[in-house]
Design a protein around this ligand. Structure first.
Ligand code: PLP
Length: 439
């Protein structure tokens, strides 16, 4: 085989110089495992990047992609439709909260977030409130990489050096290791942090605020479940102040927290919900923004009848091939009960397995929610300048485990299909990796 040239692909969120010194390549995947170019199996405890919810290499999805590609590979979505994409939107609406029955397709979580911002703005203008332009986000939040989403980023490194909107205020994040370390599920204390939203609204004026956006469970910023009651209170305050609530469910959507969406798990329904990643099993780029019909109607009512109501969309918004993959993925979600599996015995097994690591001295917190997990290690910036979690992540890979390092912490989100014995294997490889790093 000719030698692989690795000069040309500039990989995203990658230390390319380090990669070139030590290329880590995957060549195959199946079920909960990736296989590298040396033939080693690597247990994928991150479901790719939270997206391979159904496990890797689902033949039914591959077959549906091929069939759709050979029937109608592409049709323009501007002013035209196709049955497959309408069927997929209907299927998604069946599983979403009843209130969120309109779906705008995108190609990624980032596009879903920026689309949600634009729809929220458009709605405020449509109903005669054009001054409502400010956004409120939250520290630690990750909302993708487009300019709107970058402006909403609560992770400073992801904003630094890029153009951002200066009309965003940030709520404090809710992670509180002093009061809630080693919580199982939702922390019992901390809901009062929602009151900060009232302070921001008082300062800026409700008439100037368009929407609040939060991830129901913070994902990339460290997997932080909300304190019990926190999201309810955020919803109440938004209602009182006539401000839209957007849930960014790009990570939490499609069964991750034990219901199809975290909105259902927590019993709090937003006005707009952004999704992507696991929407079609992580096979073809696709995202979806779920919207209340009243919002759509207000935008329709304000638009001239000769024009598109929303001057927004992508070439691949609602690609029939991505939608066919989605329909096939939902057959699997439904048949295997995967949209709710995390709330059953496997979720309980995952929780006990994760918390069994508590005896390790270097661990200062373990968190879990549905089939999500996180661990925080003691910080040691001198020894681990990129973060202790990143050091363990590197060791995990050597030991056949893919888990994500975030500063001094690590986050996990296994495929929803994971078995008890695969969870045991995760704990075995993870414990070994932690001990290999810290001794
Ligand atoms: N929103 C959240 C909560 C995410 O976790 C992500 C990606 O991790 C995004 C948005 C952006 O999604 P994408 O990488 O598909 O653009």
């Amino acid at each position: 085989m000719t030698e692989l040239n690795i000069d040309h692909w500039w990989q995203p969120f990658t230390n390319v110089r380090a990669f070139r010194n030590n290329p880590r390549m995957f060549t195959r995947a199946e079920g909960c495992f990736l296989y590298d170019d040396k033939g080693r199996d690597v247990l994928d405890i991150t479901a790719g990047l939270w997206c391979v919810g159904l496990g890797h290499a689902r033949a039914e999805i591959a077959d549906a992609i091929r069939e759709q590609s050979m029937t109608l590979d592409y049709a323009p979505p501007f002013q035209f439709g196709n049955p497959t994409t309408f069927q997929f939107a209907e299927k998604l609406a069946q599983h979403a909260p009843d209130e969120l029955s309109r779906i705008f397709f995108t190609n990624s979580g980032s596009e879903s977030v920026d689309s949600a911002i634009k729809i929220a703005f458009n709605y405020q203008i449509a109903r005669g409130k054009p001054a409502k332009t400010r956004m409120i986000s939250r520290q630690r939040g990750y909302h993708g990489i487009n300019v709107g989403g970058t402006s909403l980023q609560g992770l400073p490194n992801n904003r630094k050096g890029f153009p951002v909107l200066d009309t965003v205020d940030f709520l404090d994040d809710t992670l509180d290791l002093d009061q809630s370390a080693f919580s199982r599920g939702l922390p019992e204390v901390g809901a009062d942090k929602a009151e900060q939203l009232k302070t921001i609204i008082d300062e800026r004026g409700a008439d100037n605020i368009c929407a609040v956006i939060v991830e129901p469970v913070v994902g990339a910023g460290g997997m932080v479940p909300p304190p019990a009651g926190y999201l309810h209170r955020i919803r109440e305050i938004c209602d009182e102040a006539d401000i839209l609530l957007i849930f960014d469910e790009v990570v939490t959507g499609f069964g991750r927290t034990g219901s199809p969406f975290a909105a259902q798990t927590f019993g709090v329904i937003p006005d707009i919900m952004t999704t992507a990643k696991a929407i079609n099993g992580g096979t073809i780029p696709m995202g979806g923004v779920f919207i209340r019909p009243e919002i759509q109607q207000a935008i329709f009512d304000a638009a001239p009848t000769t024009m598109p109501e929303l001057m927004h969309g992508n070439t691949y918004s609602g690609s029939p091939v991505a939608a066919a993959a989605g329909l096939a993925a939902f057959k699997i979600f439904e048949r295997e009960g995967l949209l709710t599996r995390a709330s059953g015995p496997i979720g309980a097994y995952w929780e006990s397995a994760l918390h069994s690591l508590r005896d390790i001295d270097h661990i200062i917190d373990i968190r879990n929610c549905g089939l999500l997990g996180a661990v925080t290690f003691k910080s040691n910036a001198e020894k681990y300048p990129a973060g202790a979690g990143v050091a363990v992540h590197n060791k995990c890979f050597e030991n056949g485990l893919l888990a994500r390092g975030v500063g001094d912490g690590m986050v996990m989100s296994p495929p929803l299909t994971i078995s008890e014995s695969e969870i045991d294997l995760f704990i075995e490889r993870y414990r070994k990796s932690i001990i290999d790093v810290f001794g």
